[in-house]
Write a protein that binds this ligand. Structure first.
Ligand code: NAD
Length: 504
């Protein structure tokens, strides 16, 4: 009997020195649709140390020309990139949902973030402001300019497949650096779409290079002596390993890592609005956001009412394939993550002994069996020290924690290893401002969920979430450029700062 012919799966390549090339390993990995494991989105090269070496060499070759291209000219090319992303938004959105699982509207938002970032950051090509300042000697001029850092290694996670690579790539380029991007292994197509758009926009060969694969090419990039900077977004565990390695070579390293974000709901809050925000914050992107509202810290006076409304709504959320416009919660990214999340649900039930108010199971009936679907899960009666209230679960699971006073709530929110995002629902301006002052997170929202950052404000977190850098806004320029101080003495003689006396 003739074998049934499998539909052929498209193969994609790495992008090195302006050429689309296979990996030296000759090996491939499958990009699998998390909503339907029988759907292989594409086959991508399993890259090696040798591939990374070639990509870094290409970035090195292209560095001088790109650095010397005037920044406004670099920005023009980036504006072209914005136009290309905009023209292809619908296609990129569909492909992102297929490879990552997030619902179409959210995938569209992800592509939109890349577009916003491109236009906003390209504008910096005509600013990249430095400053002048008086020199302490007469007839002497002092000023400070930004200069590119050199070759940047960009390592990205799975949950924002185009937005996160763009948040690194675009600022790196406008500052005059060349880059090697190592995409998230679960979502290589969106990075590839971004890089292809760079090629179409006219970014010169070698300025942007892409290698695919899992941690091996990532580690090779971190290890490479010619790479001056690593910009990493991913888990705190991986970020720590990378930071240690970068320290050995004195590399610049910016880290955007995990979160355990919380919404405070005060007794004067608009409860329906708070429930809307909590559902969106906890279950948007199936809870796979670094800013996900994974803790809901609720005043005792409204706790019962809030929990009832939340659970009722969580049970009604439509879980399914993100390509179906009616779906509200898509799958989680892969089998391993699904097992991890289900493991945390067991910990919540059996070790923490919190109350499982709804959800808690993998969905397996019918088409669900082909994907990684977990019911939206709410734990109530959660105590702040429980593992489910302390550790990042990164799935559709949230915990409701009761409290008595605002100070108690703030202590709960701050009492975790992370510090990315926080929020408070209240009608009281004094409470809102006090919370904004006391919550030790990089981002804080009033009367809104913990998610929804905009590209023109700095993004990043405190404690286990980051190492002090901020992406987005103009603050990202401080990652991708170094300050150079310039002194011009036009006195025509030797003047010694701090030593010569200047007469008044
Ligand atoms: P991950 O740490 O597993 O992987 C991130 C990237 O690092 C991937 O490309 C992976 O291949 C690479 N990598 C893994 N080991 C490496 C090593 N030893 N050397 C170099 N590279 C290596 O993270 P993930 O599961 O893809 O993403 C989820 C995590 O990302 C969550 O913890 C989430 O909170 C975090 N995240 C943070 C932010 C933020 O801005 N703070 C944004 C999005 C996601």
């Amino acid at each position: 009997m003739a074998k049934a012919k499998r539909p052929s799966v498209k193969k994609y390549n790495n992008y090195i020195a302006g050429e689309w090339v296979r990996s030296s390993s000759g090996e491939w990995f499958d990009n699998v649709n998390p909503a339907d494991n029988t759907d292989i989105v594409g086959r991508f090269p399993e890259s090696t140390v040798e591939d990374v070496d070639r990509a870094v060499a290409a970035a090195k070759d292209a560095a001088t020309r790109w650095r010397r291209t005037p920044a406004p000219k670099r920005a023009e090319v980036l504006f072209n990139l914005g136009e290309i992303l905009r023209a292809n938004k619908d296609e990129f959105t569909l492909q992102m949902t297929r490879e990552m699982g997030k619902v179409l509207k959210e995938a569209g938002g992800d592509v939109q973030e890349a577009i916003d970032c491109t236009y906003y950051t390209a504008g910096e090509g005509r600013r990249l402001h430095g400053f002048t300042t008086p020199a302490e000697m007469p007839n002497k001029f002092a000023m400070c300019v930004r200069q590119p850092v050199g070759i940047c290694g960009l390592i990205t996670p799975f949950n924002f497949p185009m937005a996160i690579p763009s948040w690194k790539l675009i600022p790196a380029l406008v500052c005059g650096n060349t880059v090697v991007l190592k995409s998230g292994e679960d979502v290589p197509l969106s990075s590839l779409n971004l890089v292809k758009a760079c090629e179409q926009a006219g970014i010169p060969k070698g300025v942007v290079n892409l290698v695919n694969g899992a941690h091996k090419p990532g580690a090779a990039l971190v290890d490479h002596k010619d790479v001056r900077l690593i910009s990493f977004t991913g888990s705190t565990a991986t970020g720590r390993i990378i930071a240690e390695q970068c320290a050995r070579d004195n590399k610049i390293v910016s880290l955007e890592m995990g979160g355990k974000n919380a919404i405070i709901v005060m007794d004067d809050a608009d409860i329906d609005n708070a429930v809307d925000g909590s559902l969106w914050g906890a279950f948007g992107t199936s809870g796979q956001r670094c800013t996900a509202s994974s803790r809901l810290v609720v005043h005792k006076k409204v706790y019962k009412k809030f929990c009832e409304k939340l659970v009722e709504r969580a049970k009604k959320l439509r879980v399914g394939n993100g390509l179906d416009p009616k779906t509200e919660v898509g799958p989680v990214i892969n089998h391993q993550q699904m097992e991890k999340i289900l493991g945390y649900i067991e910990i919540g039930k059996l070790i923490d002994r919190a109350t499982l108010a709804c959800g808690g199971k993998r969905l397996t009936k019918g088409d669900y069996a082909k994907g990684f679907f977990i019911e939206p899960t709410v734990f109530t009666d959660v105590k702040p020290g429980m593992r489910i209230a302390q550790e990042e679960i990164f799935g559709p699971v949230t915990c409701v924690i009761p409290f008595g006073t605002l100070d108690e709530a703030i202590k709960i929110v701050n009492g975790v290893a992370y510090g990315l995002s926080s929020a408070i629902y209240t009608q009281d301006v004094n409470q809102a401002f006090y919370a904004m002052q006391e919550l030790y997170t990089g981002i804080c929202y009033v009367n809104s969920a913990t998610i929804g950052a905009e590209v023109h404000l700095p993004f990043g977190g405190t404690k286990g979430t980051g190492n002090g850098h901020r992406e987005a806004g103009t603050q990202v320029l401080d990652i991708f450029s170094e300050w150079k101080s310039l002194y011009v003495d036009y006195s025509g003689k030797l003047q010694k700062a701090q030593i010569d006396e200047v007469k008044v």
